[in-house]
Design a protein around this ligand. Structure first.
Ligand code: B3K
Ligand code: ZN
Length: 872
């Protein structure tokens, strides 16, 4: 398979002003007729280029006509799934009749079946699996879609825009016509047909237009959409208030489907959601999932402006819509709940998963320069690091100028397909800030490392911060240029009070340093005593910052920093320092021993009632196995696991009564509410329980079972269960069985059970995996189940990283099977194996052998790209 390059971009030689589609839906063969109103693109220099339409191996061409002339064979060619017509007029209507088989579509791209319904997924290049088309985002067209189907079986038939006509055909079928007045690329096309229930609501926009809101699900799920509906209305209001963006159509629909490759899709006026990202009820949904539903509903809704009204010129610009929209949904969630908690969660995820991606074989710039398969580039880098770039622009410009920039961006480019450069240009024009160097964030891969040295001069009352940056080499980018890095800094005195300082004549408690050189010195004056610096507040840039803090400094920041984010960060750093020593001991085969400094720090957090319990829980949560692996220069999975267990047990034993008390103090009575306050109490209570159980106290063991049995919500029930499973509670097996019995008819809950079961560390874990794959609860066709089971297995340290290689072999076997069915899912499952170079040599060799075994097979472009780059 060959790569395609950003530098080869050319405007499309043809445009499609109008697209008229007719679908005759049928369980065996669906007939698609398209009428494309085409013309040569006046801005293209390729005046005589042939017309080349994208198709797929699964699309069967029956007839093609130009205006009324049916093209005989010989006047068109089918080459590499493309339809090529050499002789064309400047203006014409191209009619194509194609056959597709949605029921055999296992890739879940294009038109496919999910349980009893028809649905679509067209981003990025799925539309070509429906019919021949100019399947690229810079071809925007006005769509009219006719759906013809049996009314009994498919009473609900939906597409983008407004329903404009409903008639009966002579064969007794129903024909429904939808028209979307907004020109859009084919990736935003959607169609749904099924026997669905609907929940209706309305939203009145800021200009007093009434919008009809509808959420569709299969009948048994319609009682679980209220939360998503409320979240949708909150998102619509927020986008008006914060960005001045109003919804444009008269109707907004969301449909939940069970089989979906990712979270959700922002199709114009007709969002399609993985049911796991839409449905919510107290009994079946955890707090985390509630927050996820809200964030994803908001994210997809926000795309209506950042993505749909203004879309991407080409797929290299994917972060134009994704980075911006993630930033928007992060800010929305921060406004709905606690901003600091949200920031800690987002940064923790970024530093764990995106940093690992940026340091691995798949590292790529936020705006990639090339790809083999675009589906592989819906990455943490494009999404999360892309959002950090937008956040840094917000920081550098200030909120007011940022809003002006966003207004200008939408004003300039409404209805267009544009680039990341266009976005930055609007931000520059509205603010007067020069972002020339800043744009390197889009083109350079890798995480910049910033080293900081501080020096206090008592006689001068001055404090110097010396910052040095460099970015490690990444595949295809051996050398890097300095980035423009905003570093928010505050100073604390030795008692933890904010220390005012003057920088460039500005006296303040906090300063924004703009690091743009490889090395730069910042000189603060009027510093009345020796400070402890609080660096990179709020994680103001996605960099790895290092500073030689003493444990005393870190404890001071942990207890007193004004910046809540940095309090968390100091706690993590302290824990990382201690864990690193323990990991070294474990690697050397020594008995672990350490006097943890964390105990006192944690103790004062636990007894301080003035703190947000959610923040306390986040700080007390030790750095994860995955984060410690990212930090390691050589990964020893079992040593990391051992070190974490040792430290957790030591803290638990030292603070046993505090944890027991905290557990009791944060129990809630009354009805379940997924609001910030209650979520905070539950998170601290359950964290306390997990520590408490480490002490081997009989009371704690009882409390776990009692909570599991009496909880009135899934958060508490599942927390008790997972604590029991991970701590190998004597009743863990019984609890797992009881949980499955109780929830076997709720697929989303069963998926949680699958994940926990797969992650359970036990002797015969591989046999357990094999029987789970045979279990009635599992289904290889359903991406959620595959992700739960194999994702859960990846967390199973002793089994996945078994020294005999059986864990890696098991995963590789599944990847090979899945690649034949669903390449996108198979490709995602490769991620843990792409880390092979960082593993300790014995494991590294085993992982590499599995990559080579996969490589030897006949592979999809998706898996080929990931595996070949990993081995390169
Ligand atoms: N834009 C979609 C992702 C499509 C992924 C295609 N492989 C969801 C989102 O980011 O909102
Ligand atoms: Zn998105």
């Amino acid at each position: 398979p060959a790569a395609i390059y950003l530098k080869d971009y050319k405007v499309p030689p043809f445009l499609i002003d109008k697209t008229e589609l007719t679908f005759e839906l049928d369980e065996s063969t669906t007939v698609v007729t398209s009428k494309l109103h085409m013309r040569r693109n006046p801005t293209s220099t390729e005046n005589t280029a042939p017309l080349v339409l994208d198709g797929g191996e699964d699309v069967k061409l029956i007839a093609v006509a130009m205006d009324d002339y049916v093209l005989p064979e010989g006047e068109y060619q089918l080459v590499d799934n493309q339809l090529v017509i050499t002789a064309t007029a400047d203006n014409f209507i191209l009619t194509c009749e194609t056959l597709i088989e949605p029921q055999n579509n296992t890739k879940l791209e294009g038109l496919y079946r999910s349980s009893s319904m028809f649905c679509t997924q067209c981003e990025a290049e799925g539309f070509r699996h429906i019919t021949y088309y100019l399947d690229r985002p810079d071809v925007m067209s006005v769509f009219t879609t006719t759906i013809i189907a049996d009314n009994e079986q498919y009473p609900v038939m939906l597409s983008n825009g407004n329903e404009i006509e409903r008639t009966q055909t002579e064969e007794g079928k129903t024909a429904v016509v939808w028209h979307d007045p907004f020109p859009k690329p084919a990736y935003l096309f959607a169609l749904v047909a099924g026997n669905l229930e609907v929940k209706n609501d309305t939203f009145v926009t800021q200009s007093q237009r009434e919008v009809k809101l509808q959420i569709f699900t299969e009948a048994h799920n319609i009682d679980k959409v209220d939360y998503a509906m409320e979240a949708l209305k909150r998102s619509m209001r927020w986008d008006e208030e914060v960005y001045g963006r109003e919804y444009d159509l008269d109707i907004f629909m969301i449909v939940a489907v069970d089989d979906f490759n990712m979270g959700a899709m922002e199709n114009k006026g007709l969002n399609i959601f993985n049911s796991s990202c839409l449905l919510a009820s107290p009994e079946t949904t955890t707090d985390d999932s509630y927050l996820r539903v809200e964030a994803i509903v908001a994210h997809e809704y926000f795309h209506n402006w950042s993505g749909n009204r203004v879309t991407c010129r080409d797929w290299f610009q994917l972060s134009l819509k994704e980075g911006f929209t993630v930033f928007r949904d992060q800010t929305f969630s921060a406004d709905m709940h606690s901003a600091t908690v949200k920031r800690v969660e987002d940064v923790s995820f970024l530093k764990t998963a995106q940093f690992a991606e940026d340091a691995g074989p798949m590292a790529h710039p936020v705006r990639p320069a090339s790809f083999i398969e675009i589906s592989n580039f819906y990455t943490l880098t494009v999404y999360e690091k892309g959002a950090e770039i937008v956040r840094m622009i917000h920081t550098l410009l200030g909120a007011e100028n940022f809003r002006k920039g966003s207004d200008l961006y939408f004003e300039r480019h409404d209805g267009q397909a544009v680039t990341c450069d266009d976005f930055v240009a609007a931000m520059e024009a509205a603010s007067g800030v020069d972002l020339t160097q800043f744009k390197r964030w889009y083109s350079q891969a890798g995480t910049p490392q910033v080293r900081v040295i501080g020096e206090y001069d008592e006689s001068q009352q001055s404090y110097t911060l010396r910052l040095h940056q460099d970015t490690p080499a990444t595949p295809g980018q051996p050398t890097k240029l300095p980035s423009h890095i905003p570093v928010r800094v505050g100073l604390l005195d030795q008692a933890g009070n904010p220390l005012s300082a003057s920088l460039d004549g500005q006296s303040a408690n906090e300063h924004l340093l703009e690091l743009s050189q490889a090395e730069q010195v910042f000189e603060f004056t009027q510093v009345s005593s020796k400070p402890v610096p609080s660096l990179l507040r709020g994680f103001s840039a996605p960099v790895k910052l290092s500073y030689e803090y003493s444990s005393t400094d870190l404890l001071l920041l942990l207890s007193a920093d004004q910046d809540g984010f940095n309090r968390w960060s100091a706690g993590q750093q302290l824990a990382v320092n201690e864990l690193s020593q323990l990991i070294e001991q474990a690697v050397a085969g020594q008995t672990l021993s350490l006097e943890s400094q964390l105990i006192n720090g944690f103790n004062s957090l636990l007894v301080d009632d003035s703190l947000d319990p959610a923040m306390v829980a986040l700080i007390l949560n030790l750095p994860s196995q995955a984060y410690l692996s990212e930090l390691a220069s050589e990964i020893h999975p079992n040593a990391i696991k051992q070190a974490r267990q040792y430290l957790k047990a030591q803290i638990a034993n030292a603070l046993e009564s505090e944890f027991a008390q905290t557990y009791q103090a944060h129990r809630l009575d009354g009805e379940y509410r997924p609001d910030a306050q209650d979520i905070a109490h539950r998170s601290l209570k359950n964290l306390a329980l997990s520590y408490w159980l480490e002490t081997d106290s009989a009371e704690a063991k009882l409390a776990v079972v009692e909570q599991f049995e009496s909880a009135n919500n899934m958060t508490d029930q599942f927390a008790a269960l997972s604590i029991a499973v991970h701590a190998d509670h004597p009743q863990a097996t019984q609890m797992l069985d009881a949980f499955y019995q109780q929830w076997q008819d709720e697929p989303l809950v069963v998926n949680k059970w699958l994940m926990l079961s797969a992650g359970r560390e036990q002797e015969n874990a591989i046999d357990n995996m094999k029987s789970l794959m045979e279990h009635e609860a599992f289904d290889l066709k359903n991406p959620n189940k595959v992700r739960s089971l194999l994702g859960g297995f990846g967390q199973n340290i002793s089994a996945f990283h078994h020294v005999d290689g059986s864990g890696y072999r098991f995963l590789a076997d599944q990847i090979l099977v899945l690649d034949k069915r669903n390449p996108q899912i198979a490709s995602r499952l490769c991620t843990p194996l792409t880390r092979w170079k960082k593993m300790t040599p014995s494991l590294s060799t085993l992982m590499k052998a599995e990559l080579e075994r996969i490589m030897a097979d006949q592979l999809s472009k998706d898996v080929y790209e990931v595996i070949s780059k990993s081995l390169a």
